[in-house]
Design a protein around this ligand. Structure first.
Ligand SMILES: [Zn+2]
Length: 71
């Protein structure tokens, strides 16, 4: 079970295109699949991370694109 939660998902930075890996966030574990966030290891820009339980993948999008309306 600990192994499962440590699984890392491949994401691609929407800003610079760098491939990197992210774990599921606490929000993803709670079932709020579009509430993850992180920052690029390379260009440091904020990313929104959405987990897709159907395909078991993680998708990174530009932060301002996803959160524009909410903020
Ligand atoms: Zn980047």
């Amino acid at each position: 079970m600990a192994e499962e939660s440590r699984k890392r998902y491949k994401i691609i930075c929407p800003y610079c295109g760098r491939v990197q890996y992210a774990c599921k966030s606490i929000f993803h574990e709670m079932g709020i699949y579009d509430a993850g966030n992180g920052s690029c290891l390379d260009c440091k820009k904020p990313m929104s991370l959405a987990y897709n339980p159907e395909t078991d993948t993680m998708q990174a999008d530009k932060w301002e694109l996803v959160h524009n309306e909410k903020m």
